[in-house]
Design a protein around this ligand. Structure first.
Ligand code: NAP
Length: 295
């Protein structure tokens, strides 16, 4: 293997140490302790694990977490009512609704109900629009984590050709836009893209977020490229793999994220950062509003 591993775990650990200091400093200055409410509907095992990890991460850095577990057959109205209550609660600075929601509930309707100033997942239309138009209060944690991983690994983005596989609202689109703001030339690929390999081979920076194990193989990458594998795919034997055939791709590229241990820990670390920012906004202590993305 010739590639260097982009170690999301250790970079995320570094960020968590910084967040811990920020929490202490903010609490000392304002008397407020950042608080994240996580809302989990149903008991999907993967979602339960994600929420547990987020709650544990909060505790580790001194963020208060309020965990709200609701039954899978909860009505949409009842969920909206719960979110409205969290929106009104001044002791709750950040609200995260764990996705996916049961099929009888409209995710769009629920995400729109979270107050933009508490929307640490960055999925509210006003934050998504803010990413396009100017200065969003929050950007989704996974795209932010990808950018932070590149920055802290000294990967220059400006002028590079970044290719994103996947155009979801959660990962693909915001990642593409953040990279564009850094003046990369960006190509977005999706299910109708013809000859995916033609595009991925052009990438200096390749971000794969498709949820398809083995989608990107060694012949689909350029020598020396930087590869960020966002995919999390659970195998029948309980193992987890990304979307990239790790061993063959790692032979050719210069930097690659492992799965697990790459983007996943960065997502949690950036959620913590966003929660501290939500607390700053709530107590008027934000130095600037949200993430500055417009040049
Ligand atoms: P998603 O909503 O299912 O989106 C997947 C995207 O990939 C879609 O835009 C789809 O295009 C595209 N796609 C699928 N197959 C493709 C193919 N053969 N060629 C080109 N494009 C293809 O999933 P997501 O929420 O973005 O998540 C993507 C993956 O990242 C999943 O494995 C998820 O578990 C993982 N994830 C990881 C983290 C983390 O923190 N590590 C966070 C979020 C997500 P169309 O829409 O055109 O079909």
């Amino acid at each position: 293997m010739s590639a260097r591993i982009l170690d999301g775990r250790s970079i995320a650990q570094e960020i968590r140490r910084e967040v811990r200091l920020e929490v202490g400093e903010l609490t000392k200055r304002t008397g407020s302790v950042p608080c994240l409410a996580t809302v989990l509907v149903g008991n999907d095992p993967a979602s339960t694990t994600y929420v547990r990890n987020k709650v544990r991460a909060c505790e580790e850095v001194g963020i208060v977490s309020v965990r709200i577990d609701l039954p899978a057959d909860l009505s949409q109205e009842a969920l909206l009512h719960e979110i409205a209550r969290l929106n009104r609660d001044p002791s709750v600075h950040a609200v995260l609704v764990q996705l996916p929601l049961p099929p009888h509930i409209s995710e769009r309707r629920v995400l729109e109900a979270v107050l933009p100033g508490k929307d640490v997942d960055g999925f509210h239309p006003s934050n998504l629009g803010g990413l396009l138009a100017g200065s969003p209060l929050f950007v989704a944690s996974t795209p932010l984590g990808i950018l932070e991983l590149l920055t802290r690994s000294n990967v220059a983005v400006e002028g590079k050709h970044a290719v994103i596989v996947g155009w979801s609202v959660v990962v693909g689109k915001p990642t593409a836009f953040l990279l564009l703001q850094q003046q990369a030339t960006v190509t977005i690929c999706h299910i109708k893209t013809r000859d995916l390999g033609f595009h991925t081979r052009q990438a200096d920076i390749l971000v794969v977020a498709a949820g398809k194990p083995g989608l990107v193989t060694g012949s689909m990458v350029k020598e020396g490229a930087v590869v960020i594998d966002v995919g999390v795919n659970r195998l029948a034997d309980g193992g987890i793999v990304g979307d990239v055939s790790f061993s063959e791709v790692a032979e050719k590229v210069s930097l690659i994220t492992p799965v697990p241990g790459g983007v996943g820990p960065m997502t949690v670390a950036m959620l913590l950062k966003n929660t501290v920012q939500a607390c700053r906004l709530a107590c008027g202590a934000a130095g600037r509003h949200g993430v500055e993305v417009v040049r």
